[in-house]
Design a protein around this ligand. Structure first.
Ligand code: HEC
Length: 160
């Protein structure tokens, strides 16, 4: 490859990098706790809620606390994909709208993810160190999800 074409490639990449800054993905800035959040289905003790808010809500609720670099593309686009995917799988702000079967299933998945140390995503905890679950916090979440699971009757759609 000649020097000139390498230079051209760098210039083109630079222009693309500048241009994609004008694209800002939609942000997730609603209410994390609204009329259909999980507390309308299940009792969530304060210490459990603290863990969910600190370690899970950025990707699994209707409100994300964005870091400053979310404005830089393509980082922001990558973050938005995580938030969209996370919310699609499990949204604590909409949990009350799920059918009983889905609620139970999501709690089962939660138990699995926590036991296997899959959540919060490691790409997230590299930066958000405070989101890393201590053994004690993991145990708290597991105990809560386990007993919450028993409380959701199979036959009813909404359960207070
Ligand atoms: C950085 C974003 C992010 C954070 C923080 C995060 N998750 Fe996730 N979560 C995702 C994404 C993306 C998926 C879907 C892809 C996957 O399963 O890896 C997911 C999937 C899940 C699933 C699977 C749902 C299903 O039905 O398969 C559960 C359960 C879950 N997360 C629970 C949690 C809990 C509990 C926390 C906090 C302790 C948490 N997550 C923190 C992004 C995140």
């Amino acid at each position: 490859m000649s020097k000139i074409s390498a230079k051209k490639i760098i210039i083109v990449l630079g222009v693309i990098l500048v241009l994609i800054q004008f694209y800002q993905p939609e942000t997730n800035m609603g209410n994390s706790l609204g009329e259909n959040d999980i507390t309308h289905t299940l009792a969530v003790p304060v210490n459990v809620m603290e863990i969910l808010k600190t370690s899970c809500f950025d990707c699994h609720s209707n409100h994300t606390d964005y870091p400053w670099y979310s404005k830089i593309q393509p980082i922001g686009i990558w973050l938005a994909n995580h938030v969209n995917e996370g919310k699609r799988e499990l949204n604590f702000s909409e949990f009350n709208n799920y059918k009983a079967k889905r609620k139970r299933h999501k709690l089962e998945e939660l138990l699995k993810e926590i036991k296997e140390h899959e959540m919060p995503l490691s790409s997230y905890t590299i930066i958000h160190k405070n989101a890393i679950l201590s053994n004690e916090q993991a145990k708290l979440l597991i105990n809560w999800a386990d007993s919450a699971y028993q409380l959701i009757p199979l036959d009813s759609n909404k359960h207070k």
